[in-house]
Design a protein around this ligand. Sequence first.
Ligand SMILES: *[C@@H]1O[C@H](CO)[C@@H](O)[C@H](O)[C@H]1NC(C)=O
Length: 289
Amino acid sequence: MLLNFLLSLVFAGLAAAQCNGNTALCGRQYSNVSFIGTHDSAFVGVLPTDNQLLSVTDQLNAGIRFLQAQTHLLNGALELCHTSCIEEDSGTLVSYLTTVNTWIAANPNEVLTILLTNGDNVDVSLFGNAMSTSGLSAYAYTPPSGLSMSDWPTLQELITAGTRLIMFLDYGADTATVPYISNEFAYYFETAYDVTDSSFPSCALDRPPGSSGSGLMMIVNHFLDLDILGILIPDELAAGTTNAVTGTGSIGAQASLCYTTWGRLPNVVLVDYFELGDVFTAQNTLNGL
Ligand SMILES: *[C@@H]1O[C@H](CO)[C@@H](O)[C@H](O)[C@H]1NC(C)=O
């Protein structure tokens, strides 16, 4: 009786051993997992400059495991600002990373990626300082130099090693200064952003310029902008369709276009208003779950 009880505890423990919510993902290499990412994850609210309606913690609790955010320099400190800190300032990078640190500490079976933009070409040491101050550097994974797409660890390996936070910077990374902040474009290519055609008719490489894309993971910018006399704002009304699993202009439709173009699926699909549409079903479909 007692033995049965103990065994059932053991099996309950085993059954709970999931990676990013699914046991099937544990054995998958990081470079072979598709993630829905929140574009401009820190710009939360109902203004035209906002890209998300729910907070970063809500994004993580809902299942988002890839966060993208813009940084700018204000009075010597890194802040999450939209194009400029006059347009929108969502607080300090330290406060953002502290929020993420609290969440990742409480969720030990989750692998999370942060992609930051460095709009003011700030020295990477400031990003490293913010990572240390927030505590998040303790979870950071340092890719061995020259890590190729086929050599990435599995999600289980990252979880077991306690290095569950993968971090990229679009410009200005220097692993000699901060080893765990990787140059985004050494690992990924991106499709064009600021798309205003709701059918998302392309999966062509936009950055890094001149790259063939071979050997790079794939980030698809799947958020729709509305062009109002030359000013682009996120198209919230279309988000249900843009973030759908199937149909014209959906995540599924652009992902299959990517598959036709590249012979593989996107690693990351960046979206606005992630809770509109059905991004997690789309993510499961991409992952074959
Ligand atoms: C993962 O591997 C499968 C099988 O090779 C492939 O079809 C799929 O496109 C890959 N996904 C990613 C994100 O690399």
